[in-house]
Ligand binder design. Structure first.
Ligand code: FE2
Length: 264
């Protein structure tokens, strides 16, 4: 198993065939994931069952209430599809952390590229919130320590999901809302848990102060030095820890199909 850290040490690419992972391999993969927050694999020939089997090594598979699964048998695989005829932004085209508006957001998300743009187009960007926290001014760290932010499924990013729901929606879409601590401890390191695509306010501070803090945080969290932009190839996999990493799709107007699994 070869491990190659990506630019700025945000994420690491792991060279291994996921069809034949041993217990020890999974242990090592988990270690790299804990250290970097996001990992990548290339050239993986996984059918839906082997994709599910691999994902199960990291916890219980979660349901995504908003979009339909691949099939009845593989309901835990969500198909994220963009057609060249689709209008508007792509699904997830703003920095966010998945399902932050639920009480217990999935810990990990995996994406498998089935039909992808030419390499270098339609990248997924990842922003390390370990780094973002580390580089916060001390004064702000103290200010944020006990604050909670409120996240909503109708937050700024929801427009990108509503487009997808027209075709593949489950009809269960409703407004979910939840608050979470902004500063969280993950693997013994502090991170900023703050989803720009879903945040609607900060609890217990007046609206003006809430707005100022929110603007400051969103700008800080996604500074270029905390971001790695992953170039997709067919059969690439990205897997990240939603408590340590923000992600966003970037604009692409062609056809694209991703298979997504979330893990509780
Ligand atoms: Fe997402």
């Amino acid at each position: 198993m070869k491990i190659k850290p990506c630019k700025n040490n945000i994420g690491a690419e792991i060279n291994i065939d996921l069809l034949s992972t041993s217990k020890k391999d999974v242990y090592e993969i988990q270690k790299v994931l804990d250290e970097f927050g996001v990992i990548f694999f290339r050239n993986q020939n996984l059918d839906p069952q082997s994709y599910i089997n691999f994902a199960k090594n990291f916890g219980e598979l979660a349901d995504y209430p908003m979009l339909k699964g691949l099939s009845k048998e593989f309901s835990k695989i969500t198909v994220i599809e963009r057609k060249s005829s689709d209008k508007g932004p792509s699904f997830g085209e703003q920095f966010h952390t998945d399902s932050s508006y639920t009480k217990k957001p999935p810990r990990y998300t995996m994406l498998l590229g089935k039909l992808v743009p030419p390499r270098g187009q339609g990248n997924t960007d990842f922003a390390s919130q370990y780094l973002a926290y580390k580089n916060l001014p001390e004064k702000i760290k103290i200010e944020l320590e006990n604050l909670r932010a409120v996240f909503s499924s109708s937050g700024p990013i929801s427009v990108t999901r509503l487009e997808r729901e027209k075709e593949k929606g489950t009809g269960k879409s409703k407004d979910f809302q939840c608050s979470h601590k902004i500063i969280q401890k993950v693997n013994n390191r502090k991170t900023i848990y703050f989803s720009p695509g879903h945040v609607i306010g900060i609890k217990g501070v007046d609206p003006k102060k809430s707005r100022d803090l929110l603007d400051f945080l969103i700008n800080h969290q996604t500074k270029p030095e905390f971001v790695y932009s992953f170039e997709w190839e067919k059969n690439s996999i990205a897997m990240w820890d939603n408590r340590a990493i923000l992600h966003q799709a970037t604009a692409y107007t062609g056809d694209r199909i991703m298979h997504r699994i979330t893990i509780q």
